[in-house]
Design a protein. Structure first.
Lengths: 115, 115
């Protein structure tokens, strides 16, 4: 069975600094998607960034980028120039390529941003 | 365009009571999902639907029933609420299934407390 592990329950960063959130996953499949979702205090789940496993190039969305290491089954999120509005829970998620019902989430990392 | 909406936002039930959570989407999405989120855990899939008139079980379906009578609505029912069903419930929808990427759009969540 596929699993997603986020080993950092909490992280903190100062405004304007860079922080990296870790995620590892376990799967026997070769094709899949990986996601990072942000959940602010409003509870709304917001897709931050996604990565297709067949793409070697790491995904980037403005200040957010990932380090995708397929062989190591690692998918970390880097937030550059951190802002107060980045404070939230961040969830890593996995989806098999051929099963749309299986969006598997990690347990989340709470990110605090200090001024 | 409201996206995904959930009714109600908060609810308190007594053990044994029943209730229905309503999810509505105005994006003409085929797929809809119900998740629950518990402290220290990521979202877990309860039930999902791949189109009007269809439903299927997810990871944690026991104690819940669902219906998809209209494409835009997905109902989650609790026939006899139990304290273990205290959770935050999220609805999501997406355009279509595999293998293309289909972002799941989430509603704002419903906080349910069963006493």
């Amino acid at each position: 069975a596929q699993t997603v592990t986020q080993s950092q329950p909490e992280m903190s960063v100062q405004e304007a600094e860079t922080v990296t959130l870790s995620c590892t996953y376990d799967t026997s499949e070769s094709d899949y998607y990986l996601f990072w979702y942000k959940q602010p205090p409003s509870r709304q789940m917001i897709l931050v960034i996604r990565q297709e496993a067949y793409k070697q190039q790491n995904a980037t969305e403005n200040r957010f980028s990932v380090n995708f290491q397929k062989a190591a089954k690692s998918f970390s999120l880097k937030i550059s120039d951190s802002q107060l509005g980045d404070a939230a829970m961040y969830f890593c998620a996995y989806r098999p390529y051929y099963n749309t019902d299986k969006l598997i989430f990690g347990t989340g990392t709470r990110l605090q941003v200090f001024p | 365009n409201a996206g995904v909406t959930q009714t109600p936002k908060f609810r308190v039930l007594k053990t044994g009571q029943s209730m229905t959570l309503l999810c509505a989407q105005d994006m003409n999405h085929e797929y809809m999902y119900w998740y629950r989120q518990d402290p220290g855990m990521g979202l877990r899939l309860i039930h999902y639907s791949v189109g009007e008139g269809t439903t299927a079980k997810g990871e944690v379906p026991d104690g819940y029933n669902v219906s998809r009578l209209k494409k835009q609505n997905f109902l989650l029912g609790l026939e006899s609420a139990a304290p273990s069903q205290t959770s935050v419930y999220f609805c999501a929808s997406s355009t279509q299934g595999t293998p293309s990427f289909d972002e799941q759009y989430f509603g704002p969540g419903t906080r349910l407390t069963v006493t």
